[in-house]
Design a protein around this ligand. Structure first.
Ligand code: KDG
Length: 357
C-alpha cells in the first residue's frame, strides 16, 4: 500500500531521504577528507574522491561471514588490483539499505552496486519471476547452463529500462525451510506455519498453496522476527541459515530445496554512464570473475553448513515421493504466474531448463 504525503509516496520519500543523507555524509567526508579529491570523482553521490579515486560502494544484505561477502571482497580485490582510479567499499548486513531500497538507491544514483536475490527485483521487472517458480531448476548444473547461456544474458539486459545495469550472475542457492514449531517431513506438516517470505508475490502464493500462512518481510528484519516469535519460520539456503545464526531461534530444518535463487550483480545506470569504457570493462570483468568464485565457494559452504546444521538443529529429510505432493500443490501457482510474468518468457525459461538437464 502506498502512503502519500503531499502527493509524494512515502516509500519513495524514504529512499529520497536516505539518498540525501548518504549524499550529505559523502560530501562531509569529502570536505573533511583529502583536499585534492578530484571533482570528476565527486559526480554521482558515491564518487567520494580520495586522491582522485572514485569510490564504488557495494551494498549486500547478508553478513560478513557469508560467501556473498567473500565474493564482494574478491570483486574489490580484482578492481583495485587493476585500477588506479577506482576503489571499492563493501557494506554487508544491510548496513546501507535492504534489498528493495538498495535497488531504488541505484535507480536514484545514490548507490553504485547491490547484489540481491532476483526475487525482490520482481517488483521492478516482473519477468524475473521465472526464477521464483517453485521446483523448476533441479540442480546447480542446470542453473549454471541457464544463467550463463543466452537466456541469462537476455535477463541481465532486462533491467536496462529500470535505470540499472545487470553485470553478472552470482549464487544465493537452493532455499530450504526452517521453523520453530515442528519437523516438516510432509506437506501436512507445513499447514498453518507462519512463514516469512521475501517481498515477492510468487513466494507468498506458493507457500499459501502448500498450506502455510506466509508473510513478506525484508531480510534485514528477519532474525528479529524469528527471535520475537512473530513468525514461525523462514526459507533460505543453508549458508544463510547457519551464518545468520537462525539455529539460535529455530529448531527444525528440512531439505525442501523448493527454489533456486540467483544473486544478480546490479550497477546504477546513472553512475555506470559516468565511468570510462576502460573502467566499465574492468568492473564487468571483475563482477563475472567474482561470480565464478562466489558459486564455487557458495557450494562448498552449503555442504559444510548442512553438516553443521544437522548438529545444531533437528534435520528432516523429505522423502522423494512426498516432493510429488509439494510439486502438485504449487502447479496452479505456476499457471497463474505464467500469465502475470509473460507466457513467452516463462516458456523460454522452462525450455532452457529442459535443454540444460
Ligand atoms: O542481499 C542479499 C540478501 O538479502 C539475500 O539473502 C536475500 O535470500 C534473501 C532473503 O531471504 O531475503
Amino acid at each position: 500500500m502506498k502512503i502519500l504525503i503531499g502527493g509524494i509516496c512515502v516509500k519513495n520519500l524514504k529512499v529520497t531521504l536516505l539518498s540525501i543523507l548518504v549524499v550529505c555524509t559523502m560530501i562531509l567526508a569529502a570536505c573533511g577528507g583529502n583536499s585534492n579529491s578530484a571533482s570528476s570523482s565527486e559526480k554521482g553521490s558515491s564518487g567520494s574522491g580520495e586522491g582522485g579515486k572514485r569510490t564504488l560502494r557495494v551494498s549486500i544484505g547478508v553478513n560478513d561471514k557469508h560467501p556473498e561477502y567473500e565474493a564482494a571482497m574478491k570483486f574489490k580485490e580484482l578492481v583495485e588490483a587493476e585500477s588506479d582510479d577506482l576503489k571499492v567499499e563493501v557494506y554487508h548486513s544491510g548496513q546501507i539499505a535492504d534489498d528493495r531500497s538498495a535497488i531504488e538507491m541505484l535507480q536514484f544514483g545514490s548507490l553504485d552496486i547491490t547484489i540481491p536475490s532476483t526475487s525482490p527485483l520482481v517488483n521492478f521487472v516482473p519477468e524475473f519471476g521465472v526464477f521464483d517458480l517453485p521446483f523448476t531448476i533441479p540442480n546447480e548444473e542446470v542453473a549454471d547452463k541457464v544463467l550463463d547461456g543466452p537466456f541469462g544474458d537476455k535477463m541481465l539486459e532486462m533491467v536496462d529500462d529500470q535505470k540499472l545495469v545487470g553485470l553478472a550472475w552470482w549464487e544465493n542457492g537452493f532455499r530450504n525451510l526452517t521453523n520453530d514449531v515442528r519437523p516438516v517431513a510432509t506437506m501436512e506438516d507445513v499447514k498453518g506455519l507462519k512463514i516469512r517470505t521475501m517481498e515477492n508475490e510468487i513466494h507468498l502464493d506458493a507457500w499459501k498453496a502448500l498450506g502455510a500462512n506466509p508473510t513478506p518481510m525484508a531480510f534485514t528484519e528477519l532474525f528479529t522476527a524469528l527471535q520475537q516469535g512473530t513468525i514461525d519460520g523462514q526459507e533460505n539456503p543453508y549458508p544463510t541459515i547457519l551464518l545468520s545464526k537462525y539455529p539460535e531461534v529455530q529448531k527444525y530444518v528440512s531439505n525442501t530445496s523448493h527454489v533456486y535463487t540467483p544473486f544478480i550483480f546490479l550497477f546504477s545506470k546513472q553512475i555506470w554512464e559516468e565511468l570510462s569504457s576502460d573502467q566499465q570493462k574492468l568492473v564487468k570483468k571483475a563482477a563475472v570473475e567474482a561470480g565464478k568464485f562466489n558459486r564455487e565457494r557458495n557450494r562448498q559452504v552449503a555442504e559444510e553448513s548442512l553438516e553443521k546444521l544437522k548438529e545444531e538443529m533437528t534435520y528432516t529429510e523429505i522423502k522423494e515421493e512426498e516432493f510429488g505432493k509439494f510439486q502438485e500443490a504449487v502447479k496452479p501457482v505456476i499457471d497463474k504466474y505464467k500469465d502475470k510474468i509473460g507466457p513467452e518468457i516463462v516458456d523460454q525459461f522452462l525450455e532452457e531448463v529442459e535443454k540444460a538437464k
